[in-house]
Write a protein that binds this ligand. Sequence first.
Ligand code: ZN
Length: 237
Amino acid sequence: MAPELVADVPGRALAIYAHPDDADVSCGGTLARWAASGCEVHLVVCAKGDKGSSEPGADVPALVEARAAEVAAAALELGVARVHRLGVDDGELENDHKLRCELVRLIRDVRPDAVVCPDPTAVFFGEHYYNHRDHRIVGWAVLDSVSPAAASPLYFPTSGPAWTVGVVYLSASLDANVVVDITSVIDRKAAAILCHRSQLGESGEWLGVAMRERAEQAGRLGGVSFAEAFRRVRLGQ
Ligand SMILES: [Zn+2]
C-alpha cells in the first residue's frame, strides 16, 4: 500500500538521535516544516560525535566542541527550540536503565505529542550498508522509553509525572507508511546538513545531491516534489 501523505503538525515534538548530524539527515525537513508551522521542536543528541573523524591523531576535545557548535547552527536553520545533549561517547550507547531514565525524564519534561527517532528494525540497506549500532540502540531505547516507561507512573517514579506520547515517527525505515511533504523547506534541510562541516570534507556537494535524490524518491510516493518517509506508530489508537 502506498504511504499516506500526512500534514499533521504536532504541538510539541521531540526528536531523539544518536549522533550530532543524524536528525538533520533523517528528519531535518520534517522538523523544519513543523517548526515553521508553530510546533515547539526539541532535539536530543545522545552521543558526542567524538569518533566522527578518520584521522588517527585527531584532537578529540576540539572535534566534540566543533560538533556541538555544528548542532547549534543546524538547529537554528531548522527552527529547533532547544537542543539537549546527553554526552555519551560514540559507540558506547547502551539501551540500559541509565539511558532510558534520561530519555523518560526528557519525554516527561518536554511532554511531546510526537517523538521522532531511528527505526531500529532497519538493519540492512541494500548490498553496501548496514545500520550503525548507535542508531539501532537509540531507536530501541526511545521506543522502550516512550512506551511503556514514560507513560506509566510506576516506571522511574522520581523522573516526573507520566506522559503519553501520541505518535512515533521512525526514520530510515524499511516499512514506511507515511510521507511528510518537505518541498517548502528542502533548502533549509540542505543548509542544516551543510552546518556539519567537520563531517563533510570534500563531500558536501555530493551529500546535497544525494539528499535531494532521496527526498525526490520519497516525494514520488506521496505525489509531491520532496518528502521524508517514516514508519508512523499511533499509540493507543
Ligand atoms: Zn549517525
